[in-house]
Design a protein around this ligand. Structure first.
Ligand code: IPM
Ligand code: MN
Length: 357
């Protein structure tokens, strides 16, 4: 098949991890006989420097035309001035909104090979397999937001509408059906009116449309605890934008490193946006130490969710597993033992992928 990718390397370690994913996609294309096309566009801090805009129109237009968008990371201390007109992160939020990517899928699975890289006990995390559905274009990220003229008061409002809750709950519940049949909805309904709406709507959708899915609700503070205390009890978890942001960073400690976790942001139509969960890590940028596996696994998600190339996606995931099984580790997952760099890790995945054919 033919498919087009837009690469948004972004800032910090973004270009390094995106280059690795690019190479893996090229190898996948030639191994399976697909015509994959790639174009790279500026976005984030680098686009602020060049165009004064973290999401230039030309970049957004290129993304709209693509079948999938692969993003490295955005942000860094250079653009952290609280008085700045715009920030790299604003570009990412606009991109999600403009492309209608209301569902952010964040799978959290413990790779058998890496269990000892986790700060948690082996018996707690062995077999963990959670899929988060984080609502991505609503909530406090997109509610009314203002700073008073005298600088003495600020507000950021958490808002949800009934259709916004319905569509993310439906998507999460449909996915639970194809997995272990359990959905956990996380909110703060004991305090927030917006959460009470979320809870009412979710309960109705589940009762009317998904009576076969085992459904529970958990308060977000309790969830922060249960996620670490009994992670194996969760299958699919659905929650709002801010709660999902926080809980998935916490969840990343289950597999041991943020450097292993990919994510997919999806809407009702293509393209989807695929990125690692981790940020731009400016402290290690340009040092060839970042772990490219999260971005490589995000590329696999792109093939699965935007192109329905399940075999190809699985081939990438198998190649990553094979490389880990061979003992290769980047610094973040090496647990103090010798580590390889970003480039070497990417090349090893490419080699494993090519060797498997
Ligand atoms: C994420 C990031 C973003 C978010 C930032 C960079 C805007 O933390 O994708 O989780 O908060 O959504
Ligand atoms: Mn985050």
């Amino acid at each position: 098949m033919e498919a087009s990718f837009v690469l948004l390397p972004g800032d910090g370690i973004g270009p390094e991890v995106t280059a690795a994913a690019h190479a893996v996609l090229q190898t996948t294309g030639s191994r399976f006989g697909h015509r994959f096309e790639f174009e790279s566009r500026p976005m984030g801090g680098i686009a602020i420097d060049e165009f004064g805009d973290p999401l230039p129109t030309s970049t957004l237009d290129a993304c709209r035309r693509a079948d999938a968008v692969i993003l490295g990371a955005v942000g860094g201390p250079k653009w952290d001035d609280p008085n700045a007109k715009t920030r790299p992160e604003a570009g990412l939020l606009s991109l999600r909104k403009e492309l209608g990517l209301f569902a952010n899928l964040r799978p959290i699975t413990a790779h058998a090979e890496l269990i000892d890289a986790s700060p948690l006990r082996r018996e707690l995390i062995q077999g963990v397999d959670i899929l988060f559905f984080r609502e991505l274009t609503g909530g406090i990220y997109f509610g009314r937001s203002a700073l008073s003229e005298d600088g003495q008061h600020a507000e950021s409002v958490m808002e949800y509408t009934v259709p916004e809750v319905e569509r993310i709950v439906r998507m999460a519940a449909s996915s639970a059906r194809t997995r272990r049949g359990k959905l956990t909805s996380v909110d703060k309904a004991n305090v927030l009116e917006v959460s009470r709406l979320w809870r009412r709507v979710a309960a109705r959708v589940m009762a009317e449309e998904f009576p076969d899915v085992d459904y529970e609700v958990v308060l977000v503070d309790a969830m922060a605890m249960h996620l670490i205390a009994r992670p194996k009890d969760f299958d699919v978890v659905v929650t709002g934008n801010l709660f999902g942001d926080i809980l998935t960073d916490e969840g990343s400690m289950l597999p041991g490193s943020l450097g292993m976790l990919p994510s997919a942001s999806l809407g009702d139509s293509q393209p989807g946006l695929y990125e690692p969960i981790h940020g731009s890590a400016p402290d290690i940028a340009g040092k060839d130490t970042a772990n490219p596996l999260a971005t490589i696994l995000a590329a696999a998600m792109a093939l699965r969710h935007s192109m329905e190339l399940e075999t190809e996606a699985a081939a990438i995931e198998d190649a990553v597993a094979a490389v880990l099984a061979s003992g290769l580790r980047t610094k973040d997952i090496a647990a103090g033992k010798p580590a390889v760099g970003t480039v070497a890790m990417g090349e090893a995945v490419v080699a494993a992928l090519a060797a498997a054919s």
